[in-house]
Write a protein that binds this ligand. Structure first.
Ligand SMILES: Cc1ncc(C[n+]2csc(CCOP(=O)(O)OP(=O)(O)O)c2C)c(N)n1
Ligand code: SF4
Ligand SMILES: [Mg+2]
Length: 296
C-alpha cells in the first residue's frame, strides 16, 4: 500500500530567487509554498501564471507548472488554463503595473466572470523591474524617475475595483507580516470562484517612500489576523465596501480578508458552466478534425 507523505514547502523549491534582499516578494513565494503544502496540492496539480516584472519571476521560483507570460496578460491565460482543465489549481501572480495598468481591463473582467483562480498581486506601488517608474497605485506627490515633480493623478484602489466589479473573494496581505500570508492564501485557493489578494510587497530598492516602516504605521487589520477585530459581516459586499471606506477615511490601509461571497461556484453567473473541459468529451476533438477537413 502506498504511503501518502505530508507535503512540505520545500517540495516546491526551484531556483533560488534573484530578488533584492528584503524584497516583499520573498514572503509571497514562501507563503504560497506553505499554503499549497498545507492544502496537500502536489506540484504537478498547480499552474502558476505570471506577468512581467520582478513579481512575475515568481513562476520560475516555484516547482509547479508555470507560464511566464507577457506584460499584463496573466488573467486571460490563467482563466483559459482553468477552463481547459478544471482539475488544476491555477494561481495568477504579478505586479501592480502588470495587473492594474496594462492588465487593468483583464482584472475588471476576471472579477465579474468569477472563474475559480487565485490572483495574487505583489503591490509595491512602483515599477520595480524597470527601475522605479510611477505605477497606478503610487500615491499623489510621490517623486519617481518618471514623475520628477511628483505624481499628480489619484491612485486606483484595487480592493474597491474588485469589490465593485463582483469579485467573490477579496483580501489584502502585508509581506511584513509573512506568517499571515499562508492562511489567507489557503482561504483564497479553497474559495470556488475568483479570489483576489492584493499583497503589500515593499520594493526596498526603488520605492524609498512606501517602506516597511511606513506600511506598519498605516495598515489596519479588519479581521482577527493580527490584532484586529471584525466588526462587520464579511459576507455582505456593501458592508465590506463601507468598511474599506471607513478605514481609508482615517488615512489607513485595510488589510485581512475583506469579503467572501457565500454559496458561489466558479463561473456561476456565466455561460462558462456549460463549456465542456477539453478532456471531458473527446467528440469535441473529432468534430474539430472533421471541421479541419473542409480546408484540405
Ligand atoms: C508591453 C510591455 N510594455 C512595457 C514593458 C516594460 N516593463 C517590464 S516590467 C514593467 C513594469 C513592472 O512593474 P510591476 O508590474 O509593478 O512589477 P514589479 O517589477 O514592481 O514587481 C514594464 C513597464 C514590457 N515588458 N512589455
Ligand atoms: S527592484 Fe524592488 S521589486 Fe524588484 S526585486 Fe528589488 S526590491 Fe523587489
Ligand atoms: Mg510593482
Amino acid at each position: 500500500m502506498a504511503v501518502e507523505t505530508k507535503l512540505k514547502p520545500t517540495d516546491y523549491d526551484s531556483h533560488f530567487p534573484t530578488w533584492c534582499p528584503g524584497c516583499g516578494d520573498y514572503a509571497v513565494l514562501l507563503g504560497l509554498k506553505k499554503a499549497l503544502a498545507e492544502l496537500g496540492i502536489k506540484p504537478h496539480e498547480v499552474v502558476v501564471v505570471s506577468g512581467i516584472g520582478c513579481s512575475g519571476k515568481l513562476s520560475d521560483y516555484i516547482k509547479a507548472y508555470g507560464f511566464h507570460g507577457i506584460h499584463g496578460r496573466v488573467l486571460p491565460v490563467a482563466q483559459a488554463i482553468k477552463l481547459s482543465n478544471p482539475k488544476l489549481t491555477v494561481i495568477g501572480a504579478g505586479g501592480d503595473g502588470d495587473g492594474f495598468a496594462i492588465g487593468g481591463n483583464h482584472f475588471i473582467h476576471a472579477c465579474r466572470r468569477n472563474i475559480d483562480i487565485t490572483y495574487i498581486v505583489m503591490d509595491n506601488q512602483i515599477y520595480g523591474l524597470t527601475k522605479g517608474q510611477v505605477s497606478p497605485t503610487s500615491l499623489i506627490g510621490h517623486t519617481t524617475i518618471s514623475t520628477p515633480y511628483g505624481v499628480k493623478d489619484s491612485p486606483i484602489d484595487p480592493i474597491m475595483i474588485a469589490l465593485s466589479n463582483g469579485a467573490t473573494f477579496v483580501a489584502r496581505t502585508f509581506s511584513g507580516d509573512g506568517a499571515i500570508l499562508p492562511k489567507i492564501f489557503m482561504e483564497g485557493i479553497k474559495h470556488k470562484g475568483f479570489s483576489f489578494i492584493d499583497d503589500i510587497s515593499p520594493c526596498v530598492t526603488f520605492n524609498r517612500f512606501n517602506t516597511y516602516e511606513w506600511y506598519r504605521e498605516h495598515i489596519e487589520y479588519v479581521d482577527e489576523s493580527k490584532g484586529g477585530k471584525r466588526d462587520y459581516n464579511v459576507h455582505d459586499r456593501l458592508e465590506a465596501i463601507d468598511k474599506v471606506k471607513e478605514v481609508k477615511s482615517r488615512g489607513k490601509i485595510p488589510v485581512g480578508i475583506i469579503f467572501i461571497e457565500q454559496g458561489v461556484e466558479s463561473g456561476d453567473r456565466h455561460y462558462i458552466k456549460d463549456i465542456a473541459p477539453i478532456d471531458a468529451d473527446l467528440t469535441i476533438r473529432e468534430d474539430y478534425l472533421e471541421f479541419l477537413k473542409e480546408f484540405e
